[in-house]
Ligand binder design. Sequence first.
Ligand SMILES: C[S@@+](CC[C@H](N)C(=O)[O-])C[C@H]1O[C@@H](n2cnc3c(N)ncnc32)[C@H](O)[C@@H]1O
Length: 273
Amino acid sequence: MSVSAEAFGYVADLVRTHSAIQLTPGKEYLVESRLMPLAREKGLSGPTAVESYVREMRRRADRSEVTRVVEALTTNETSWFRDNSPFVVFRRHVVPAVQSLHPGPVRIWSAACSTGQEPYSIAMTLLETGESRFSVLATDLSTAVLAQARRGEYSQLEMNRGLPAAMLIRYFARSGAGWAVKDELRRTVTFTQHNLLSPPPSGGPFDVVFLRNVLIYFDAATKRDIFTRIRRVMRPGAFLILGAAESTVGITDAWERVATPYGSVYRVPGGTS
Ligand SMILES: C[S@@+](CC[C@H](N)C(=O)[O-])C[C@H]1O[C@@H](n2cnc3c(N)ncnc32)[C@H](O)[C@@H]1O
């Protein structure tokens, strides 16, 4: 059984307010399946468990429960070197360009990083080029995914999704039935909780921002606001790397689209190279 229209509307409003994620009608099944474990934890069961859970939550207006509901409705799908070509563009085009922008370490922000595969893939790419003067700030709304990212522990199934064998051997060690990131890689990435609806985290100005596979959940006005905030913490000549289904077209002209032989990226005008 699915949640009532009223309970669905309440949860959709809550999630929109706290994360900007749009739960459009038809996503009732998602609310039902994602909130069922929370309802079970409260001892609720049967076809009306989620409905009762939402009713009780509304009554108590408990902030930590709101956080749990919002986090439960985020989609955390990710993998190592996801889609591959952005990492080829990054290695071959972006890294050489930003290395000549200024003499300091390269600063990268992986926004909406989920369980860490993206920022660790960025860091492995840089280490493989021989670059060691860099830092990766990795942020996400969800404290649950950040906890795993910080631990740097992954199951065999997670490791099988896109990680080349040579990288596995160099950067990971066995940990129980799974694998753990070695210190050489772990110390290059800092994880912090951050909501894209808030002002950007400190640590900028950034040379590269990865903002991948999260804008798809937002409406145009939210995307525009997020682009405006992110642009402010990127230095002239810095690069923005979006997901395959995402673009700045029709939303902002704050970046120039740069077509490379390996795929497109967006660049803040004014860099020296
Ligand atoms: C599909 S994952 C993408 C992970 C990674 N960037 C990738 O491309 O593989 C989307 C992530 O966005 C996060 N997210 C959703 N809304 C957010 C918000 N308002 N602020 C920050 N992160 C958010 C979710 O928690 C989730 O981990």
